[in-house]
Design a protein around this ligand. Sequence first.
Ligand SMILES: Cc1cc2nc3c(=O)[nH]c(=O)nc-3n(C[C@H](O)[C@H](O)[C@H](O)COP(=O)(O)OP(=O)(O)OC[C@H]3O[C@@H](n4cnc5c(N)ncnc54)[C@H](O)[C@@H]3O)c2cc1C
Length: 386
Amino acid sequence: MKVAVIGAGASGLFAAAALKRSGADFMLFEREKRAGKKLLATGNGRCNLSNKNVSVSRYHGEADFSESALNRYGTNSLISFMESVGVPCVFEGEKLFPRSLQASSVLDMLRFAEGESEICETEVKKICRNGKAFDVYTEKGIYRADKVIVCCGGKAAKHLSGGGAYTLLTDLGHTLTPLKPAIVQLKCAGTKALDGVKINAAASLDGKTETGEVLFTSYGLSGPPILQLSREAKGKTICIDLMPELNFAEITEMLKNKKTLKYLTAENLFNGIINKKLGRELLRVSGITPFSKNIGEISDKEIKSLAAIVKNLKFEITDTNGFDNAQVTAGGIKCSGFNPQTMESKLVPGLYAVGEVLNIDGDCGGFNLQWAYSSAMSAVQSIIKK
Ligand SMILES: Cc1cc2nc3c(=O)[nH]c(=O)nc-3n(C[C@H](O)[C@H](O)[C@H](O)COP(=O)(O)OP(=O)(O)OC[C@H]3O[C@@H](n4cnc5c(N)ncnc54)[C@H](O)[C@@H]3O)c2cc1C
């Protein structure tokens, strides 16, 4: 039995390494010059492999479809697998990393484990049924396979993985859902003057709050809490609490105390309390003018309004920063066309799809590489059993 694995990204390399171990005969196709380009960029080059909190609730799209694979091949399974290919793992907080903290070492070890067998610079153009087998069409020729695992990833970060190959599956009758960028920076007005400012804050959207370092840029917002909320943010308002550790009364008190320094101008109200650029922006948003007036002239009402803005600075999100800057694709090939236990197509027996190409995306924090692993293992185990 010959297996064609299409795409030598995260899920393709996991699948190939597991196939190699089982002694299966397989071919691994990759359209880029080298395998695992995106893997190298993961976790800022450190490769955040998984998370202590893996559960269906951290996935989106047809999330329920992921349950079986995540239960059978979850974080512990991934840790054992990585250990078995020579990469012990460590947790940093809730996130799992290779002990080396180097994505390149994960790529090296997966490639050694799969036998460095990838056929690079070979784009698969088409997959056609040929009796019970498949013909895999590439510019270098047609390859015959008994089983095909499509591991072509999504539309995100085209420079790292070519931007998807959904037609391989839609040509065989599968359906593609609408696609949108996720885990991505957000565009909004009102941040130009704050370009480069970073602050530990709590960002909220639709009743969901994420804390961490928020980064203001010339075009909008970035940083882990923003990326985490980005999936549903377009056209909505993100509220940022700039001092989550203090309540409204405590901030009001702190600002009132500052007002007693009568030698200061209004402009200096936030100086020493919060980033200067941000302080000026807060004064501007609350309409306190002129900045040159004496600090004592700021009324108690104005102080309360400033404290309220500190707790709830609002940004209308006009757009995301697009697929090219996104870490994952929300949407993909409809999972309902596949068996959740095996990842095998219900329409075309012998055809499998795993990883980001499917209509499943995880939160930021290792959930997407975990899905690449769990789905790849489900497919490989099913093929090996057969
Ligand atoms: C900058 C960045 C950082 C990230 N960090 C993390 C992180 O730390 N943790 C985490 O969990 N997730 C992270 N992700 C997301 C994660 O990398 C992806 O979800 C994951 O790589 C998806 O795996 P995949 O195998 O489905 O697709 P990919 O890894 O994208 O692999 C698909 C492969 O298929 C190849 N291919 C596509 N079409 C064809 C074709 N027709 N013929 C041949 N080859 C083809 C592509 O070139 C590519 O190599 C990050 C993403 C980015 C962009």
